[in-house]
Write a protein that binds this ligand. Sequence first.
Ligand code: PLP
Length: 397
Amino acid sequence: MIIGICAEAERKIMSNNSLIYLDYAATTPVAAEVIAAAMPYFGASFYNPSSLHMMGQMSSMSLRQARRKCLSAINGHDSGNIIFTSGGTEAINQAIKCSYVKSGEHIVISAIEHDAVFACAEKMKERGVIVDVVDPTANGIIEPSELKKVMCPQTKLVCVMLVNNIVGTIQPIKVLAEVAHEYGALFFTDAVQAVNSIDINVKDLNVDMLCVSGHKFYAPKGSGFLYVKNGVQLGSFIDGGSQESGLRGGTVDVPSAMALATAITMAQNNVEQYNEKILEVTNAFVAALNCGEVIAKNSNKSNDILSIAFDGVNGGRLAVALSVAGVCCSVGSACSAGSAVPPQTLLAMRVKNAESCVRFSFGSPVTVKQAIEAAETVNETVAKLKSSSDNGSEGNK
Ligand code: PLP
């Protein structure tokens, strides 16, 4: 079946019958300006930033500039450090597993985090750390009052993401961080889905750690960083040389760092225009749909991520059928795409028809025309699936 879909998709691409890509939360293309910023560091400026000679030191200077640009983009220029990582998953691993939380101590995560947070929390449990999980409201928001209920003097770390990757809800990070700090705990936020749509200010949010992933904002896959506030004690994630202040050994990927610094600066300078454009496109998309219900539509949310429930149709089947029809979307995060279980976020929100949900996520290249065309394809595909005897909707009507 998968081979069939790929062949069909390939035929469409080859025949120039363009697919409409609505899966920008899974990944984005690399912007031309970002490629241009990285290019010299593959060629003429290829040097190792740890080398003592002049060329190495020039590379090191560029790396310092990239670090400053990243810090400045999140308003942390005088308040902390940037550790370049291979992306969001690695940064999450470092923030949680290298945070010096000991056996018998306590950490809190939200029930709507990325799989990487759940996996790290499991590892912490194996070390004897006690883990509590805070459920969201039915609207996908982590309420500070719910966090307060599980906080205790042993709590050392609280993790709540900034923008949810399934439904797009924006969490009240500043207040949640305040609660964590009242108990003397550190606060870490995963801002992987926030960079395009939120003006990120680590000082205002008052977070101790924050991570981003380049491939979500038009930088290459395999790039990202963990921001760490001055004074936060963190252990090394990769043991080796003294790169990244001794917290991540290994020769630094300078082209990726240059790309990341350019992409995050561009994204953060463009938040207002991005949100305006995305709102216009998603409004057109939703208006052209004659079926489906947007999850958490009345919450404080980022408009670029829409999970929509299509009652009476299985979300996985619908996503596959849409791919064949020329619309690329997903049922959840790309990291758990093979799972038959609906995304944890929807389960935690107790969405009744979670199995019938599909995630559409939008990016700067999507036009209003494409959004309307995609919505029309969704209408036709849902109607076809509903009229076929085998629509895969058993148990989720
Ligand atoms: N956190 C969130 C909210 C995500 O959406 C993702 C990726 O989808 C990640 C973390 C993982 O990031 P990466 O793909 O860079 O490892």
